[in-house]
Design a protein around this ligand. Sequence first.
Ligand code: FES
Length: 189
Amino acid sequence: METQSPSSDVPTPCCGTKRRGILKGVLAAAIGLFVSVVPLIPGLAVLFSPLRRKGNVGGRMIRITTLGALAGSTRPQRFQVIASRRDAWNLYPPEPIAGVYLAPQGDGKPPKAFAVTCPHLGCAVDFNGETEEYQCPCHTSAFALDGQTLYGPSPRGLDELAVEIRGDEVWIDYKRFEVGKSQQIEIPS
Ligand code: FES
């Protein structure tokens, strides 16, 4: 006669029950994490929103001088570009941020404006009244009165900025461009 082991009649807990327990724990932890993190998201978005703000591409109109200050001059004159600056969280008071040459054109025409920044590597160019050239002291690039490159390593001519006359005032559309490139590539402000 066949005998049975007594243990074969006793139901043993099986791995399915254990697995359900683990799944419940994981689910509870996930819900807890979700409930505690979700309310923080709007606050973090507000806190870091200035960092997500993209710089503006396009210039900003800045008053440089008056037509009276250029009257009687036939040579380019250098002026400071004065403007306020903004970073992610702060707006700074107006200060010199760049330089610009205003080149009189005669016949009542508005002056042309050229950034003083050399397009080669960014040194400031000087106007030489004897040779009537803009010259860069760093690597001897030179530019004609109309801004075109005469010689030297600069990959493009001086960057011309649009001019607007408002009454007696001279305003420019101030922009910055990457140096070392043959094409003008605007740097967002
Ligand atoms: S920075 Fe002007 S020539 Fe190099």
